[in-house]
Design a protein around this ligand. Structure first.
Ligand code: MLT
Length: 267
């Protein structure tokens, strides 16, 4: 499905019966909504599941203006999408960059949240070195396109030693449609993003933090720290999973999310 929010056309999946609070699934960088295909399949039979392509990724249009796409801008798009779909509140699930967006959303629009699930992500800002690296990558993409970035990132999404050729190809396919403008905007936006650790203590909704024990991009110690900082948050570590935990170890991830939905979230 498609709709226009804040001046850009956004593609999204919207499946499942209405009734309890929908799950809103927000993908990471430089991915697309297909990263949640195994969750749409697992949960869409029993509740509404909404999964957008963030602007500039997947089938969604990029920002018309060059420059950084802030995590708040992505969060504003999510809010506009929910308004468009007449959804009052959601359980927001954000992976990695989608987690940065989810934390920005929780700060800006707490009234729209029923629950929060932070997956393979962190609340802190980039180090100065990491931010410089992102800006250099953005410059390179202007002339070389995204192929080099995608090729470099595919193996980092999975646990070291995961040589499942079909899965590797699927991960590449999730990244392939990302537009250079979308990737550049997100890189610059991530480089600029503020340290959000202070805001974690203000989160008032049931929260689940999930990470793979073999995540080489964002170590699971970040998840342990976020769990301590968010009042009442639960932590589930998925053993043997890398960064793209919900895709790589979908069954274990879905079981953790399902258990938490039953026991902790209020819907
Ligand atoms: C992601 O998966 O969204 C990225 O690895 C996040 C990042 O680069 O910080």
């Amino acid at each position: 499905m498609r709709t226009t929010v804040n001046g850009v056309q956004i593609a999204f999946t919207d499946e499942g019966p209405h009734g309890v609070a929908p799950i809103l699934l927000v993908h990471g960088f430089p991915l697309s909504r297909g990263a949640w295909s195994r969750q749409v399949e697992a949960f869409g039979g029993s509740r509404r599941v909404i999964a957008p392509d963030l602007r500039g990724f997947g089938e969604s249009e990029a920002s018309p203006d060059a420059g950084p796409t802030s995590m708040f801008r992505f969060a504003e798009d999510l809010r506009a999408l929910l308004l468009d779909l007449e959804v009052d509140s959601v359980i927001l699930v954000g992976h990695s960059m989608g987690g940065y967006v989810a934390i920005a959303f929780a700060k800006a629009y707490p009234e729209l949240l029923k629950g929060l699930v932070l997956v393979g992500t962190r609340a802190g800002a980039d180090t100065p070195e990491a931010a410089t690296g992102r800006r250099a990558t953005a410059e390179k993409i202007k002339t070389e396109g995204t192929v080099g970035l995608v090729t470099g990132m595919v193996p980092k999404m999975l646990a070291p030693g995961n040589n499942d050729a079909a899965m590797i190809e699927s991960v590449r396919a999730l990244m392939a449609p990302s537009t250079p403008a979308g990737v550049i905007g997100a890189l610059l936006g991530m480089a600029d993003r503020p340290d959000a650790r202070e805001s974690l203590s203000q989160i008032k909704v049931p929260t689940l933090v999930i990470a793979g024990t073999e995540d080489t991009l964002i170590p699971f110690s970040e998840s342990e720290e976020m769990t301590k900082a968010i009042p009442g948050a639960d932590l589930r570590l998925i053993s043997g999973a890398g960064h793209l935990v919900a895709f790589e170890r979908a069954e274990a991830f879905n079981a953790a999310l399902r258990d938490w939905l039953v026991t902790r979230s209020e819907t």
